[in-house]
Design a protein around this ligand. Structure first.
Ligand code: SF4
Length: 189
């Protein structure tokens, strides 16, 4: 995995501060896969340690899943952003960048050998399940594909942060926790 630190397979190594690899239990039964590191993750070099990570931690806890017992990563390992004033504004990675980074995700899956992959948001879901996959319609469904662990998609926790008001944020959070409760049940089987 140290080789990823010097990866130049796409141009994102130029914008990201560092490669942000996955972390967690290397024998985890559950691997969570997000889109890419955000601003905080880029600085700290760890996945899901910013505001979205706090939402994720809360949901995992409420579903009875110990974060230290799962492995957390992203489909793209460098932060893609553009400047907006003093802020670094998140930019969605494109298909070429996702494809270039795929070998690193495959290496993590081969190393950890999880039973379940939880795909957080459309970028992760479409990277693993195809461009036609719609998280809004198919979240929470367990899907089998040859050569991959059992997969299930849910929203990215950053979408809960972007909810327009407290009521919809609360509803989104409940649905997010329910998705993880299903994961917790499947994990035991
Ligand atoms: S985003 Fe992935 S493929 Fe692109 S340089 Fe970083 S580690 Fe390499």
């Amino acid at each position: 995995m140290e080789a990823a630190a010097g990866c130049h397979a796409c141009d994102l190594y130029k914008t990201g501060t560092q490669t942000v690899f996955g972390e967690g239990d290397e024998h985890a039964r559950v691997m969570l896969v997000g889109e890419q590191p955000g601003d905080r993750e880029d600085i700290e070099g760890k996945p899901f340690v910013g505001p979205a990570g706090r939402i994720l931690d809360t949901a995992l806890k409420e579903a009875g899943i110990d974060r230290t017992g799962v492995y957390v990563t992203n489909v793209v390992k460098h932060f893609k952003w553009k400047p907006q004033g003093k802020r670094r504004l998140h930019q969605k990675p494109n298909a070429a960048e996702i494809n270039a980074c795929r070998p690193w995700l495959d290496a993590e899956i081969a190393l950890v050998k999880p039973k379940i992959l939880v795909l957080l948001g459309a970028t992760a879901a479409q990277a693993l399940l195809g461009r036609e996959f719609r998280v809004t319609l198919q979240r929470g469904q367990f899907i089998e594909r040859p050569g991959l662990p059992l997969m299930v998609a849910t929203v990215h926790p950053s979408s809960i942060l972007r909810a327009p008001d407290d009521e919809s944020r609360e509803l989104e959070m409940r649905a997010f926790v329910r998705d993880f409760q299903r994961v917790a049940q499947h994990r035991q089987q």
